[in-house]
Design a binder for this molecule. Structure first.
Ligand SMILES: [Zn+2]
Length: 98
């Protein structure tokens, strides 16, 4: 049995992903962003760009509550908001399609 098989790493969750996707959805609905492309490619590119800019926020599902509560939530949420804003600006200016 390999190390990988011996333990359940499915219990690891990157909380950043959930927070970035929620924030991306919120910001894309703002009236300022009405004209920008929201196709599958652009939106996923925006999410990837923002996720690469924020610190990962892994937690273990079983103990998750304890870990996330000890974090400075506000500071982290601000960094997510800024990363998403930058991602929208960057991708909408240079989409990977024509
Ligand atoms: Zn697009």
């Amino acid at each position: 049995m390999t190390f990988r098989e011996r333990y359940d790493f499915e219990a690891l969750v990157n909380e950043a992903e959930r927070l970035v996707i929620e924030e991306l959805g919120r910001q894309l609905e703002l009236p300022d962003h009405a004209a920008i492309c929201k196709c599958q490619e652009c939106v996923v590119d925006m999410a990837a760009f923002a996720l690469n800019a924020v610190k990962p926020l892994y937690r273990v599902t079983l103990l998750g509550r304890i870990y996330t509560r000890s974090m400075d939530q506000t500071e982290y949420e601000v960094s997510v908001g800024e990363a998403v804003k930058t991602a929208i600006a960057k991708i909408s200016r240079n989409p990977s399609h024509d």
